[in-house]
Design a protein around this ligand. Sequence first.
Ligand SMILES: [Zn+2]
Length: 167
Amino acid sequence: MKAAVCEVCLKNDMLCEGCSKRLEEGEISEEAVELSRYLYSLVDEYPYLEDIEISEIYVGEDVIVIVASEDDVGKVVGKGGEIVKKLASEVDGAIRVVEVSDNLKKFSKNLLPDVKIYGINRVFSPGEDYYKVVVDSDDSSRIMLKEDEFAEVVERVTGEKAKLSFK
Ligand SMILES: [Zn+2]
């Protein structure tokens, strides 16, 4: 399994030097470590979880976003959502499992599955270009991520800057 921490750290309660450095530097969060370990603990029951690759676990205030490869999204969700339900009850909150993409447009759509997106346009601004993701303001409650959280998870995954804009 590839998750927020290395395989050794998935199996142990302590963090290795490399993983604790990543934690200190804010590359991963405590919650991501705990959730990765919990997911790993399910391998006995669901052996196919052994091979999954999680590229990011982003902890927002109202939702945790788990970003996985295309083949692994279904595995993390589980049959009839049984695994994602376990994860949600473990963290006592909402979980969204999203397919990874380094393409900002594609990833933004993956990240906002139930939100109407009018357009995603590159904005050229001095010093800092970004993508403006124009969404329907009626769908704002479905985003679940705050604007700065959306921008952060998009940047972590795609390396590009994005801003939500409501219409
Ligand atoms: Zn480690």
